[in-house]
Design a protein around this ligand. Structure first.
Ligand code: FSX
Length: 320
């Protein structure tokens, strides 16, 4: 099959660059396979990426005036909207500062597809946490509900703080194949996340789920059992982390003895705080005991269980 280059324009706003670092550590495919075309029929030309491009300053910024066609726009980091976006300046035009907000709006209108990478870009993330002094927002909120890319897609959201490299490369590769007409467009959930990666809860993929169903809950870190009482947000968070695993497929938060902190959720970090419950928080009566929980799952009522756990999280938030 013929391998043609597809361009990616990757811009960064309010974030910690962890999303880029995570992507660069991907293995299947890795970044070299993508840019050298050793992953046919995909060859990615990185037209613009503030962290990894060799150009800098005006020379770099001018590359945004000569955009390749077609291109996939990747947006990392949240977008400050307060005071006309003045809290994130990304370059200069004719001596005047250019805001990230302006760049996002301009490029989104020319992109075949727009991918928001990381929870900052998808839902606002940490920069949008209370009190959100810069008016930080995610890409979908800034572009509006009606936004469609040239391919007719809404913003594709790949959350995670940071996202797993496979989620980013898998989504990019899927979209590039869709741009070429080889694959249909990816299926998305209600928050525009690819179902392929975010179709199930972390809990459904978790090796500790058996402890949950038999009612064995750890009260201290290191103790055997499900870590729900220690603040695990796995039952209310979407992502395949425990099945896919991180760092070369060796580990994941709930496998390493920690808790899921809910970093792919639209309400991260505020609704997920405190990230860890310590001392452990006993479950109140309105959460059904384990046998009931299994029944709720079994009868397709996991939404009801999620709702009750979210109520409990709300109460826990006020008590630490
Ligand atoms: Fe945000 Fe990216 Fe968290 Fe960091 O830049 S999703 S703070 S890991 O890396 O945007």
């Amino acid at each position: 099959m013929e391998t043609e280059e597809t361009s990616v324009v990757w811009i960064q706003g309010q974030g910690c660059s962890g999303c880029s670092i995570s992507f660069l550590l991907g293995e299947h495919p890795d970044i070299l396979e993508l840019v050298t075309g050793e992953f046919p029929p995909i060859k990615v030309k990185v037209h613009y990426h503030p962290t990894i491009m060799t150009e800098w300053g005006d020379t770099a910024f001018k590359k945004l005036e000569k955009l390749p066609e077609p291109f996939v726009l990747v947006i990392e980091g949240s977008i400050p909207t307060k005071d006309n976006g003045t809290y994130c300046l990304v370059g200069e035009k004719n001596g005047d500062p250019v805001t990230f907000l302006e760049v996002v709006k301009e490029l989104a209108n020319k992109a075949s597809a727009v991918v928001a990478v990381g929870t900052c870009a998808t839902f606002g993330g940490i920069p949008a946490g209370k009190p959100n002094p810069t008016g930080a927002k995610g890409v979908s909120e800034v572009l509006g509900k009606e936004y469609k890319s040239l391919l007719g897609l809404p913003v594709v959201n790949v959350p995670g703080c940071p996202p797993h490299p496979d989620w980013v490369s898998g989504t990019l590769v899927h979209l590039i194949l869709a741009v070429k007409g080889i694959l249909p467009l990816p299926q998305l959930d209600e928050y525009q996340r690819p179902l392929e990666f975010f179709g199930k809860s972390v809990h459904e993929n978790c090796p500790l789920a058996g402890f949950f169903t038999e009612g064995t809950f750890a009260k201290k870190f290191g103790e055997e059992g499900c870590t729900l009482l220690l603040g695990c947000k796995g039952p209310v968070t979407r992502g395949d982390c425990p099945a896919r695993k991180w760092n070369g497929k060796v580990n994941a938060c709930t496998i390493s003895g920690s808790v899921c902190i809910g970093c792919t959720d639209p309400e991260f970090p505020d609704a997920m705080s405190p990230l860890i419950y310590y001392p452990a928080k006993p479950i109140p009566e309105f959460i059904p005991p384990s046998t009931m929980a299994i029944l709720l799952y079994g009868y397709g009522l996991k939404g009801e269980l999620e709702k009750r756990i979210k109520e409990w999280m709300k109460l826990a938030r006020g008590s630490y």
